[in-house]
Design a protein around this ligand. Structure first.
Ligand SMILES: C[S@@+](CC[C@H](N)C(=O)[O-])C[C@H]1O[C@@H](n2cnc3c(N)ncnc32)[C@H](O)[C@@H]1O
Length: 254
């Protein structure tokens, strides 16, 4: 990615959530409500457990693409899953390859879907540390990542990012941010304050349009420490609701 002014200007669009993105969030909320009611009244088991059963049953062992495709199939045919999804997942894979990152940090694992997309693109000298606060999701994702045959280069830390980040003691050259949306900016600043971001590191943030992450976008687009670029895409598992990812390079210029 080039560090120039025109790119910074290009990146300033779009910032405001539009009607279609709002409908994208509404559709997620309604699907999550139906899911919560169905599991509360024991009509079905939690969808995360269903996904794990599907992966155990249908995915080919040690084949990451087969695991991803079982998960995508579930999300397209049954109900919404908050993975990065197939379209933005490819953007993430391309960014990992292009950046040639060696030490990657992931905030928010859920079922391990994005984790697999990252791990399958790592070379021999690279590794990934992921932080996930939900014990059940951590347990499920560990098994899914192991079925994909990718546990070797992975370190999963269970806990809240706000508590884990200040105790990390290595610098990262690629950070994938995809946990709760109100934490993106707070945790990015915490990573900066704790001196955990390598110069020229890539910061890849998901769902910046879907959830209208204005404060985060304002910061990375206006701070001289970053050169930032927006890539439009559709919301995960949707053909119509707009979303996008923001890729920011930490040039650390003041
Ligand atoms: C959108 S999902 C992650 C999806 C995943 N990156 C993927 O694309 O497959 C967000 C996850 O972040 C986790 N999470 C939320 N707040 C967190 C925090 N403060 N620290 C660590 N994980 C957190 C949630 O439990 C949830 O599993």
């Amino acid at each position: 990615m080039k560090n120039n002014q025109s790119e910074r200007k290009k990146s300033s669009m779009p910032l405001r959530i539009n009607r279609k993105s709002f409908l994208g969030v509404l559709s997620i909320i309604s699907q999550e409500l139906i899911e919560a009611i169905s599991t509360k009244f024991k009509i079905k088991k939690p969808k995360e457990e269903e996904v794990l059963s599907d992966v155990r049953l249908k995915a080919e062992i040690n084949n990451p693409n087969s695991v991803l495709s079982v998960i995508d199939n579930y999300a397209y045919k049954k109900t919404f899953l908050m993975n990065i999804g197939d379209e933005k997942g490819l953007l993430l894979e391309n960014a990992i390859s292009e950046s040639k990152a060696k030490n990657i940090l992931e905030l928010g694992v859920y079922l391990g879907y994005s984790t697999i997309r990252i791990l399958k693109n790592l070379n021999e000298n690279s590794k990934l540390t992921s932080i996930e606060s939900n014990n059940k999701f951590a347990e499920i994702s560990s098994e899914i990542i192991s079925i994909a045959g990718l546990s070797d280069k992975h370190n999963l830390i269970i806990g809240r990012s706000s508590e884990i980040i200040p105790n990390l003691n290595e610098k990262f050259d690629f950070i994938f941010i995809d946990h709760w949306k109100d934490l993106y900016l707070k945790d990015l600043k915490s990573l900066e304050e704790n001196d955990l971001i390598e110069r020229n590191a890539w910061i890849f943030a998901d769902n910046v349009i879907l959830f209208n992450l204005e404060d985060y976008l304002d910061y990375v687009r206006s701070s001289p420490k970053y050169t930032s670029k927006f890539i439009p895409a559709k919301r995960e598992y949707s053909k119509s609701h707009p979303d996008g990812v923001e890729i920011s390079i930490f040039t650390n210029e003041v």
